[in-house]
Each structure stands twice: as C-alpha cells, then as structure tokens.
Design a protein. Structure first.
Length: 206
C-alpha cells in the first residue's frame, strides 16, 4: 500500500514536473547558462582582463567542459529524482557547444585567422589535435540534436549521440596535456567526475 502511494506520488510529480515549484524554468536556465559569458563580456568591456586571450580561452574551455558534464548528469539524476530533467538536456548541450565555439574563436583570433598556422598547430601539437577532434564531434552532435534530426536518424541517433563519452575523454586529455604544472589537479578532478558518470551509465545499462 505504502509503495503504491509512493509510486503514484512519483507519477504525479513527474506529470506536474518542476513547473509548480519554479515557473519560467527554461528562460531561467537560459540566463543561468549565459551568465559566465555575460560576466566575461563585462570584464572584457570594462578592461578588467590583463591577458584577454588566456583569460577568455581558459574559462570558455572550462565552461564548455562543465556543461558537457552537466548534460551527462541529467540521465542519472532523472533516474533518481521524482521529476524529469530531460527537457533541459538539449539546452545545456547547446550551451556547451556555444562556449566551445567562443573558446575556438579566441584561439583563431590569437592565430590571426591564418588557416595554415592553425593546420600546422592541429598537426603538430597533440593537445590541439585532440581538442580539434572533440570540437568536430561536438559540432556533429549539436547539428543532429534538433527534433527533425532525431526523427530522421531514428535508432541511429542514440548510437551517434553515444559519441558524447568519447568527446568527454578527448576534452579531458586535451585539458591534461596543456597544463603547465604537474601539481595542477584540475583535469584529474574533471576526469574523476567523467569516470563516475561513465560508470553510472555502464552499470545502469546492465
Ligand atoms: C579546435 C578546437 C580547440 C582548440 C584549438 C583549443 C585550444 C585551446 C587552447 C589554446 C587552450 C589554452 C592552452 C594554454 O593555456 O596554453 C585550451 C585549453 C582548454 N580547452 Fe581547448 N581547444 C579546443 C577545443 C576544446 C573543446 C571542444 C573543449 C571543451 C568542450 C575545450 C576545453 C578546454 C579546457 C577545459 C582547457 C583548459 C582551461 C584551463 O586551463 O583552465 N577545448 N584549449
């Protein structure tokens, strides 16, 4: 009896979702996801950046990675929580791509948009090769994330979107390879979070 009431409670919570508790969720999430960009923009406009290239490249790369991990966290959270968060996953992933685009744009500005220079860098510097591969795959996932593409690709969509795990691994390797100090444990922390999420995914599938 008790478990029936609990199950019914869960069903109602899923139906009503978070809308009852927090209205305007999607616009609110949009603003939250945009906040790091707005803060960076205001810092740049107010002249608060001493080394603009580095001070924009690093945080945009980190936000792209954080939002990637957050989008991966949605699935396990969805299994645990009584309400669904799935509808926010796409917006979070698109924002990850947005920050990756900013990250890449600053790199291109730093290279004066000289394509030849960029190509040499992609071939010669392993961390750039890996970051570039991650970006291409992320681009592929972003352009196939529309409802139309989901319908078009059918069963292949899920298989394609499993590439997200490869992207995360590539980004963490990219992060790890570019750190200058061996005491910088930040990439390890992100790596550990990614491993936990990956582990959850594998266990859940069994
Ligand atoms: C063509 C693609 C990419 C290029 C050319 C690129 C380039 C760079 C560069 C130049 C740095 C700074 C290295 C330094 O300070 O010496 C960097 C750091 C970083 N990148 Fe990328 N990147 C690419 C793709 C990505 C993607 C797709 C992500 C995430 C989704 C990402 C995440 C990061 C992170 C987390 C850092 C470290 C930031 C920090 O040290 O705080 N990068 N990348």
């Amino acid at each position: 009896m008790k478990s029936r009431i609990y199950t019914q409670g869960l069903i109602w919570l899923r139906i009503f979702n978070l809308h009852m508790v927090i209205p305007w969720q999607k616009p609110l999430l949009f603003i939250l996801l945009l906040t790091p960009f707005l803060l960076l923009l205001s810092d740049a406009l107010l002249g608060n950046l001493i080394d603009p290239i580095e001070e924009i490249t690093n945080p945009t790369g980190q936000w792209a990675l954080r939002f990637l991990l957050l989008s991966l966290l949605i699935t396990p959270l969805n299994k645990i929580l009584p309400f669904s968060l799935i509808k926010y996953r796409r917006m979070i992933s698109v924002f990850s791509f947005f920050y990756a685009c900013l990250h890449l744009s600053i790199y291109l500005i730093d290279q004066n948009f000289e394509l030849q220079l960029v190509l040499v860098d992609v071939m010669k510097r392993p961390y750039i090769t890996v970051g570039f591969s991650a970006f291409i795959l992320l681009f592929l996932l972003t352009i196939t994330s529309t409802n139309k593409m989901v319908r078009c690709l059918g069963g292949r969509w899920k298989k394609l979107h499993r590439l997200i795990y490869l992207i995360i691994i590539l980004v963490i390797v990219h992060f790890y390879w570019q750190v200058k100090s061996s005491t910088d444990i930040e990439p390890m922390i992100y790596g550990l979070i990614a491993l936990l999420l990956l582990g959850f995914r594998i266990n859940w599938k069994r």
